[in-house]
Ligand binder design. Structure first.
Ligand code: HEC
Length: 250
C-alpha cells in the first residue's frame, strides 16, 4: 500500500481546483479510469436500436465490438450507474440532508478549496457505520453504500463534490468503489477507478477506504501537498494537525 502511494505521488500531481488534473476524463491515468464516454453509453442500447432498423447480420461485427468494449471495465458490475445516474443519487442525498454518521455539517476540511466539508451517506453506508460502532470499525461496506463529500471554500461557496459508491465486483483489487468527482453543477470531473483518489484513500484500507472526518483522522500537510501541489492548506486544518498529532494517519 505504501508503495502504491509512493508511486502515485511520483506520477500524479493535482493542480485542479478540487481534483486531479490527470484523473480528468478523457486523459485518464494508466490503470483504468473508465472514461465518461464508455460509462455513459448504456450497454449496447444504441446499437440494438440500429440493428432493429438495419440489416441484423451486417450489424453483427458492431454488436460484437460493442459487447467487447463495454465488457472490459464493467465486466462484473452490470448495475454500474452512469455518471449522470450517480449524480441523481447524490442529489437525492443532498435533498434529504442525509449526513454520514459520525460527521457533522460544515466540519473542517483540509485546503482552501474545502475549508468546510459536509459528508453525506445513504442508509446502506450509515447502517454499516452504526452496526460497526463507528467509521473506524467498518471492515467492509455493503453493496450499494454511497458516501459523498461536499466541499466549500471560506465563503461557504460549493467548490465540488466527490463520491464513492460501493459496487460488488467493480474493482476487486481496490475494494470495489466507484470514485467520482463533480463540479457543483453536476458536470463530471472524473469517474471510475480513479487511481489518484484510490491511492490516497488506501491509507485507510482497514476501514474499507473511508476516512473518519477531522479531527478524528488527519493527513499530514506533506501528503496533501503531494497530491494537490497548487492548493493552499486551510489554516484551521493546520491547527488541528498541531492539536491532534495522534490523529495523523500513518
Ligand atoms: C490526498 C488524499 C486524498 C485524495 C487524493 C482524495 N481524497 Fe477523498 N478524502 C480524503 C480524506 C482525508 C477524507 C476525510 C476528510 C475529509 O472529509 O475532508 C476524504 C473524504 C472523502 C469522502 C467522504 C468519505 C470519507 O472517506 O470520509 C469521499 C466520498 C471522498 N473523499 C472521495 C474522493 C474522491 C472521489 C477522490 C478523487 C477524485 C478523492 N476523494 C481524493 C483524502 C483524499
Amino acid at each position: 500500500m505504501k508503495q502504491r502511494l509512493a508511486e502515485m505521488l511520483r506520477a500524479v500531481s493535482m493542480p485542479g481546483d478540487v481534483l486531479p488534473e490527470r484523473a480528468r476524463v478523457p486523459s485518464a491515468p494508466a490503470g483504468g479510469v473508465a472514461t465518461v464516454a464508455s460509462a455513459a453509453t448504456p450497454r449496447g442500447v444504441s446499437l440494438q436500436g440500429r440493428a432493429r432498423r438495419g440489416d441484423r447480420w451486417s450489424m453483427r461485427p458492431f454488436i460484437v465490438a460493442a459487447v467487447l468494449l463495454s465488457a472490459s471495465p464493467w465486466s462484473s458490475a452490470a448495475q454500474a450507474p452512469t455518471p449522470a445516474g450517480l449524480w441523481q443519487q447524490i442529489q437525492a442525498l443532498q435533498a434529504s440532508h442525509a449526513l454520514m454518521r459520525g460527521s457533522r455539517a460544515g466540519q473542517p476540511g483540509s485546503r482552501e478549496v474545502d475549508v468546510y466539508t459536509t459528508d453525506l451517506a445513504n442508509a446502506a453506508a450509515n447502517d454499516a457505520i452504526a452496526a460497526a460502532g463507528g467509521i473506524l470499525n467498518v471492515k467492509r461496506y455493503p453493496d450499494g453504500a454511497l458516501v459523498v463529500k461536499e466541499n466549500e471554500n471560506a465563503d461557504r461557496k460549493l467548490t465540488g463534490i466527490t463520491a464513492m459508491l460501493k459496487l460488488s465486483g467493480y474493482d476487486k483489487a481496490d475494494r470495489d468503489w466507484v470514485m467520482a468527482a463533480y463540479k457543483p453543477d453536476g458536470q463530471v470531473v472524473s469517474y471510475g477507478k480513479v487511481q489518484s483518489c484510490i491511492a490516497c484513500h488506501l491509507m485507510v484500507t482497514q476501514q474499507d477506504l473511508v476516512f473518519a472526518p477531522p479531527p478524528e483522522q488527519l493527513l499530514p500537510v506533506s501528503v496533501w501537498k503531494a497530491f494537490f501541489p497548487k492548493q493552499a492548506m486551510s489554516a484551521q486544518y493546520v491547527k488541528l494537525l498541531e492539536q491532534h498529532p495522534e490523529a495523523v494517519v500513518k
